[in-house]
Design a protein around this ligand. Structure first.
Ligand code: CA
Length: 700
């Protein structure tokens, strides 16, 4: 079994995800972590004596091993690494919502301290594209910014879309791949080759290989930190996850199987690696929010990858024998059933044994239900059996539709019947696999036959085919041409919408009209003989989803699209005006603050002068004025804060708009639109921005 090679109990709390190891003097690895009240502590056990590397378990570190760095502001990200290769030592980087500090721990001085208006929520160190020097790249609220060791900002890109459910792969500032997940992505880490680990806000962790998901598991706890480390010495990294309940586990990158686990008494704050004992062996180092730190060495060859403790093995044996018991029980039931069937075929009393006719079939049908006065419109899954058997319960597992991803329906005993309809309301337009387990038997049954099957919910199942209503025709549209026959377009429609069974379209031109089950808005799809397709909707996101769906169905690599969304664009224009206003308010407030600081300085001097002259009355007056000014400054600061929050909210909306304009196109035209929009924003050219969003290029 794998035991920690050292354990430390630091008397400092550790903020989640704010842990880093660096060789700040170029030699000794030291742990740095953000702690309460805007401080960062640095634990350096090496300089004192040889004590640390000699002791196996090290319970009480000296307070003097820990030094504190005052940031005076909540730390929002932290990392360490080589920023200036010429120096040969690591920099400690600390980000807050307003600044980035690159700190020279060894010399107790700043490498640089920069204001970052967009905030620093995440930070990585590394090289990017053809910029040769390492960069500290910070992720703000809507932009990425890269600084070199002098604090020069060498890279900047508007990051379109954050806190949505997508994982995006960038090549420099160009998106090369996007994968949609079911929740906000909280962390990513490289594992091996093109494999990477990811964690979601709903307790999911997993591994992707390029754009394909390899495996995933979901826990009721949250992954606080993920890290790749080869813990069983087989040459391939495992995905190490530190959980909110204090568990640490290592999972095979291929299967997700747990090969090691350990428990802390509080949530894990961070998982890092380093040669903390300085004996040439890198340890996996796990830190809890309570300041407990454990280091693990990879398992030796003798352990043959067997890292679990014996009690875990016993647990496994217990689990397996339980499984065996269950299987035996099941077998006995089958035997009893067979016997009962032999003795008295087709007797209602057999029901209790769960015998259902061998030819019992289960039918499933998906349809749209336009709702009633008491029930909102929804998609409906109807399951029915082919005879007088009843459905006792249905279990549905599907990603992103139900809270907790699964849904159980079990009608009361009085309303049992051979069919059941389950309302489904997917919140987003993504295709979803519904994994169903249906319990079928008789009213008196104590055992049930379980039918397992999977149905796919089409991507646009929340739109019902309706007759057009010219009064509420949408103003927004997209226009594009594809070289496909009308019949093929109909096949796409049929696969992606829930059309009534008798719907059939053979020839262009044709038009279909749908009504959204979510908000009643209309969607028109018009196909001309020439292959020109017009999609009318006021929902720019829906238009984008339809274009992406068409493109992937027909394997279209590049698609240029003409678009207009008058209502949405008008909103966006207002947002842009507000952004301008907030910017100028920001400048004015900054200038006011500078003026006030000068005033404070002079008031202070005059008050002190008065005190030296023993003119207590003037002194008192000056201090009163100072008090008032201070109050004004504080108020001004609050206004500045609010202004900043508003500004960020509006900038996010602008980013989202660019993202959506890109989403209306496919391949090269998509990247061109995003780049051109970003350039237009940078040069503050609003009219160009709207032209690009409409036409797809800068040239009219
Ligand atoms: Ca391994």
């Amino acid at each position: 079994m794998l035991l920690p090679v050292f354990t430390l109990k630091l008397r400092h709390k550790i903020s989640p995800r704010m842990v880093a190891i660096g060789r700040y003097d170029g030699t000794h690895p030291c742990l740095a972590a953000a702690t309460q009240a805007g401080k960062v502590f640095i634990h350096n056990p090496h300089t004192r004596s040889q004590h640390f590397s000699a002791s196996r378990v090290y319970q009480s570190p000296l307070e003097s091993d820990v030094s504190l760095l005052n940031i005076n502001q909540a730390v929002s990200c932290l990392t360490a690494g080589v920023l200036n290769p010429a120096l040969g030592c690591d920099a400690l980087l600390v980000g807050t919502q307003t600044n980035l500090l690159a700190y020279d721990v060894y010399n107790n001085s700043d490498f640089f301290y920069r204001e970052v208006a967009d905030g620093a929520n995440a930070i990585v160190l590394g090289t990017l594209g053809d910029i040769s020097s390492p960069l500290a790249i910070i992720g703000g609220n809507c932009a990425l910014q890269g600084f070199d060791h002098e604090g020069k900002d060498l890279f900047w890109t508007l990051l379109v879309g954050s806190e949505d459910f997508d994982i995006r792969v960038f090549k420099e500032d160009e998106i090369v791949a996007e994968m949609t997940e079911t929740e906000i992505i909280t962390s990513l880490c490289p594992v091996y080759g093109s494999r990477f680990g990811y964690a979601l806000a709903n307790g999911t962790v997993g591994v992707y290989d390029k754009t394909a998901r390899y495996w995933r598991i979901k826990s009721k706890n949250y992954a606080m930190s993920i890290h790749a480390f080869d813990l069983n010495s087989d040459g391939v990294c495992e995905l190490i996850t530190g959980w909110s309940n204090g568990k640490v586990d290592a999972r095979s990158d291929r299967t997700g199987e747990v090969i090691f686990k350990d428990n802390f008494s509080s949530a894990i704050a961070g998982v890092v690696e380093g040669d903390y004992r300085m004996d040439g062996h890198v340890q996996l180092i796990c830190c809890s929010v309570d300041g407990e730190i454990r280091g693990y060495l990879p398992g030796s060859a003798e352990m043959r990858g067997n890292l679990m403790d014996t009690s875990v093995e016993q647990e496994l044996i217990r689990e397996l024998s339980q499984k065996k018991q269950n299987l035996l029980l099941e077998l006995r039931n089958y035997e009893e059933n067979a016997k009962a069937e032999w003795s008295s075929p087709l007797n209602e009393a057999d029901g209790q044994w769960g015998i259902i006719p061998a030819n019992t079939k289960l039918h499933t049908a998906l349809s749209v239900n336009l709702g009633s006065e008491t029930r909102a419109a929804h998609t409906e899954l109807c399951i029915s059996t082919s005879n007088d058997t009843i459905i006792r319960a249905v279990m549905i597992f599907a990603e992103g539709i139900f809270l907790g991803e699964s849904h159980v329906v079990h009608p009361s005993i009085h309303s049992l019947s051979s069919s059941i309809c389950i309302p489904i309301t997917p919140p987003k337009d993504v295709p979803v696999d519904l994994h169903l387990k249906t319990f079928v038997g008789y009213r008196s049954s104590t055992q049930f036959h379980v039918f397992e099957l999977t149905r796919q919910l089409p991507r646009f199942s929340m739109y019902a085919l309706t007759s057009p209503d010219s009064a509420s025709q949408p103003l927004g549209y997209v226009n594009f041409t594809i070289a496909e026959r009308a019949q093929r377009v109909f096949v796409w429609l049929n696969q992606n919408f829930l059309l009534p069974e008798d719907t059939d379209i053979q020839n262009a031109p044709f038009q279909v009209c749908f009504t959204s089950l979510r908000n009643g808005s209309q969607l028109y799809i018009k196909v001309k003989l020439s292959g020109e397709i017009t999609v009318k909707t006021d929902d720019i996101e829906l238009a984008g989803d339809i274009i992406q769906s068409v493109a992937s169905f027909f394997a279209i690599e590049d698609l240029q699209v003409e678009a207009d969304f008058p209502v949405y664009f008008e909103e966006l224009r207002k947002v842009l005006v507000k952004v301008d206003e907030y910017h100028s308010v920001h400048q004015k407030l900054s200038a006011d603050m500078a003026d006030n600081s000068n005033l404070i300085r002079s008031l202070l001097v005059r008050a002190e002068d008065a005190r030296l002259m023993r003119d207590m009355k003037t002194m008192k007056n000056r201090y009163m004025e100072l008090y008032d000014l201070n109050k004004d400054l504080l108020n001004g600061y609050k206004i500045r804060c609010n202004n900043h929050t508003e500004l960020l909210g509006n900038l996010k909306a602008v980013n989202q708009a660019i993202q959506r304009a890109g989403h209306l196109r496919v391949g090269k035209p998509k990247n061109q639109v995003i780049t051109a929009c970003r350039d237009a924003i940078r040069s503050n050219n609003i009219n160009t921005l709207f032209r690009i969003m409409r036409v797809g290029t800068t040239s009219s």
